[in-house]
Design a protein around this ligand. Structure first.
Ligand SMILES: Nc1nc2c(c(=O)[nH]1)N[C@H]1C(S)=C(S)[C@@H](COP(=O)(O)OP(=O)(O)OC[C@H]3O[C@@H](n4cnc5c(=O)[nH]c(N)nc54)[C@H](O)[C@@H]3O)O[C@H]1N2
Ligand SMILES: Nc1nc2c(c(=O)[nH]1)N[C@H]1C(S)=C(S)[C@@H](COP(=O)(O)OP(=O)(O)OC[C@H]3O[C@@H](n4cnc5c(=O)[nH]c(N)nc54)[C@H](O)[C@@H]3O)O[C@H]1N2
Ligand code: SF4
Ligand SMILES: [Mo]
Length: 737
């Protein structure tokens, strides 16, 4: 080692002193912005003399994630602190986005919206929200639409997420809380059915509960067209054809009935509709079920028996079951299994629609849905309207009526009925089906206003972009997949001139001349109003306070009084939420695929997620550690199918549907059925799989068919021929006219 001279050593000591004086770590508690597990995490800001950096560690005292986090959560600070965050309002001038002050932005907004509403009516302006927003912001967005804009056109991205399960649960149980039981009940149960849910990739920290369930002796049954990290832990995997869940469930029900697993006392005391269902099941032929679903009769029998005879059971569905034009029927069909066997309303017995987004649960309770008012009230119910109008200090007659589901807003724009859209926390041009049409519609608007964190694919099309707040800056409450309402504190300052999402909503209301009802000093003040608004509703938050959430690690809803614990497990008193206290068994008629395959489009396309990316990918694509793992989308295809299509591994393929086409990397995989291909949907523009997906919607929930449409897959060189052929065909059509 080289000797330090006296002078040098003095200098170094001084420097070390200085460095240690400046190095300190600040730690604060926050929550991951991504999935519905809402893992709490510690954000450490490490400051040194030279620089500062952020490090995330899981929060060991979290009763739910118990110190676990997945790779997305551990990296979630990266996009939030990215220099590419929007830092100032941007207004389109001569085709270019230029930075402007908030005053200019709000003046433009107020003038433009007032002018459009004068010219085309109040409903010409629409609002599009999202499930990442806090409860306070979801509530305020609904109020903003109904009171400040007075438009009936508001809906949100949860329409594509939870709506089929929500609609089924409301019909069957009279309440829609994703999970009827807490996650800890998984440790008590003896059988778990996982239908169309890939927990390993989508709620990774929930896997520990499934592993423990298995270690405690539970039989696990997975129902998915693909082998996934989730199906791998299952004892039985029914690898069904996409879109056939309702039929598969009717086969399972048939065995349950025929082999005597019906809990007759439960059915008699707690349900209606049994006779009709049993009559319907008589007509079910197991051989036919096997032929349609691709699941052999003996596998159907094994699964039905395992669930039927288990002393307790929990059944879960997620988007694999729900994102179909028959999504509601699919869920109802599975819920018939839960009710016929009486496996609900006690420890280890229940149902869970595995919620997706960070606040996918709370975001669907407080009024950003087209037909809904806060507290899960209905906008067409006179009593509900009166209650909310009174809370908001307006006449009931001033409250707009019910609007239309999210996707339908875009055809309405094409017809000229809607002239403006305000998008808060969503990227519809990537996440809607039939994305070409959505893009065209957004371009047609007289005013598109986008409040986002980044220059997303949708923001690029906007006339006005407003810089909003990320999870690190925004305080508020988030309701987890369990129905636990949690408080997330702010831990970082806003970048540049960005503002809190709820403050932006208030600014916009003021720009429209509606200051009354839109001046809050804090998120907590909004929550206090939400408590009153939700009081007496199904999603009753009136007993929940910020202090309680902090002290009790979240509070379950419904919670009607401050002195009482929330309802952790639903229906324990034997009563469901319909007026007669009974759950509904619903006979499901035969379901047909929304777009059957044929000679031209012989393969089923299903879409979904990979662990490393989140939704439309705006956050995770700008996270180097995640982007490096999965840099681009791909088509997962069985090697036998690939060979038939003339594809070599490693080459790119062209996928074509009736709505568009896209070129993708090919991944050979024996983990998928031979009649199906899978593509993740986390990319935009030329890589956007939603340019191909089918907008046909479930008539009850407004959910499109993300999980099944007809495509063909071909090598790129062959397609050029194909294209020429199509051109020829077009010419022929012209010639015949
Ligand atoms: N990493 C990651 N995690 C996420 C998200 C994310 O984007 N990335 N998004 C969050 C959100 S918003 C949501 S909604 C959830 C979604 O969570 P999931 O619903 O679990 O995710 P998906 O991948 O959409 O679909 C689940 C499975 O359904 C299967 N499937 C496809 N078609 C059918 C069918 O017809 N029947 C059945 N039974 N199964 C079928 C697919 O093969 C897939 O494995 O995840 C949340 N968590
Ligand atoms: N093909 C196919 N399409 C699907 C699905 C599928 O399975 N297959 N799944 C559907 C489902 S389940 C969902 S939930 C939707 C979701 O689809 P999107 O609604 O598009 O969801 P995100 O990607 O979360 O979009 C969020 C946008 O808001 C921004 N953002 C995030 N957090 C905040 C915030 O706190 N404040 C503000 N102001 N902005 C924020 C992000 O930067 C991003 O641009 O996609 C649906 N689309
Ligand atoms: S499991 Fe969900 S909430 Fe937890 S760290 Fe991962 S993405 Fe975040
Ligand atoms: Mo979702």
């Amino acid at each position: 080692m080289r000797e330090e001279s006296g002078l040098q050593s003095n200098f170094l000591d001084h420097f070390r002193d200085l460095a240690s004086k400046y190095s300190r770590t600040e730690t604060a508690l926050s929550q991951c912005p991504y999935c519905s597990m809402q893992c709490s995490m510690q954000v450490h800001k490490e400051h040194s003399y030279y620089s500062s950096r952020h490090v995330i560690t899981p929060h060991k005292a979290d009763p739910v994630n118990q110190g676990r986090m997945c790779v997305k959560g551990m990296e979630s600070h990266t996009p939030a602190l990215d220099k590419g965050r929007l830092q100032t309002p941007l207004l389109r001038r001569n085709g270019k986005h230029v930075p402007v002050s908030w005053k200019t932005a709000m003046d433009w907004f107020g003038r433009k919206i007032k002018m459009l509403q004068r010219q085309y009516g109040k409903d010409a302006v629409s609002v599009y929200g999202g499930g990442s927003l806090t409860n306070e912001e979801s509530y305020l967005l609904g109020k903003f639409a109904r009171v400040a804009l007075q438009t009936r056109h508001i809906d949100y991205n949860g329409r594509f997420c939870m709506s089929s399960a929500a609609s089924a649960s409301n019909q069957v149980f009279g309440i829609d809380r994703g999970m009827t039981n807490p996650l800890s009940d998984l440790l008590l149960t003896k059988c778990v059915i996982l239908a169309g849910t890939n927990i390993a990739d989508c709620q990774p920290t929930m896997m520990a509960y499934l592993r423990k369930a298995k270690a405690n002796g539970a039989v696990i049954i997975a129902i998915d067209p693909r082998v996934t990290g989730t199906t791998k832990i299952a004892d039985l995997h029914l690898q069904l054809k996409p879109g056939t869940d309702a039929i598969l469930a009717s086969g399972l029900l048939k065995v349950i009935v025929d082999e005597g697993f019906v809990n007759e006392t439960f059915v008699q005391q707690h349900t209606t509709g049994a006779e009709e269902l049993l009559e319907h099941l008589r007509s079910i032929d197991l051989q036919q079920v096997a032929a349609i679903t691709g699941v052999p009769v003996d596998m159907i029998g094994l699964a039905a028996r395992a669930y039927g005879k288990a002393e307790s059971g929990m059944l879960f569905t997620a988007r694999g079951v729900e994102q179909h034009a028959t999504g509601v029927k699919n869920v109802c069909s599975y819920l018939n299994m839960v009710l016929l066997t009486g496996k609900i309303g006690s420890p280890g017995n229940g149902y869970g629609a595995v919620t997706g987004q960070a606040n996918g649960q709370g975001g669907r309770e407080h009024g950003q849905k087209a037909d809904q008012l806060p507290g899960y009230r209905l906008i067409e119910n006179p009593e509900h309207r009166r209650h909310i109008a009174q809370v908001w200090g307006i006449k009931e007659s001033k409250l707009p009526r019910k609007g239309i589901p999210a996707y339908e807003l875009f055809p309405a724009i094409m017809r000229g009925d809607i002239r403006s859209m305000i998008v808060l926390s969503s990227n519809p041009v990537v996440s809607n089906p039939n994305a070409h049409l959505v893009e065209e519609a957004l371009k047609r608007l007289d005013a598109l206003i986008v409040i986002d964190l980044y220059y997303s694919e949708t923001a690029k099309l906007a006339d006005l972009i407003l810089p909003g707040s990320s999870h690190l800056e925004d305080e508020g409450t988030m309701t987890t997949l369990e129905g636990r309402v949690t408080l997330r504190r702010a831990v970082s300052p806003l970048p540049g001139k960005a503002r809190l999402d709820w403050q932006i909503l208030c600014d916009m209301a003021v720009a429209l001349g509606k200051r009354k009802g839109f001046s809050y000093a804090s998120a907590e003040e909004i929550f206090e109003e939400l408590r009153i608004a939700s009081k007496g509703g199904i999603a009753d938050y009136s007993g929940i306070t910020y202090a309680r959430m902090e002290q009790e690690n979240g509070v379950f809803w419904p919670c009607k009084r401050e002195e009482e614990a929330g309802v952790v497990r639903l229906f324990e008193d034997g009563r469901f939420y319909h007026a007669d206290g009974k759950a509904r068994l619903i006979a499901v008629s035969r379901t047909l695929p929304a777009e059957p395959t044929d000679d031209k489009f012989p393969i089923i396309l299903t879409t979904g997620r990979v662990m490393q990316h989140y939704l439309s990918g705006v956050q995770t694509r700008r996270t180097p550690a995640l982007r490096e793992k999965v840099p681009e989308p791909f088509v997962q295809i069985h090697p036998d199918t690939a060979r038939k299509c003339g594809l070599q591994e490693g080459e790119r393929a062209r996928l074509v549907s009736r709505r568009g086409e896209i070129q993708l990397a090919v991944r050979f995989s024996a983990d998928i059925r031979t009649d199906t291909v899978f593509v993740p949907f986390h990319w935009g523009d030329e890589q956007c799989i939603n340019r191909l997906t089918l907008p046909t919607m479930d008539p009850q929930s407004g959910m499109p068919s993300f999980k099944a449409c007809a495509v063909r897959v071909e090598p790129i060189h062959a397609t050029i021929q194909g294209e020429e052929q199509m051109e020829d065909e077009k010419e022929k059509v012209v010639a015949y006219r």
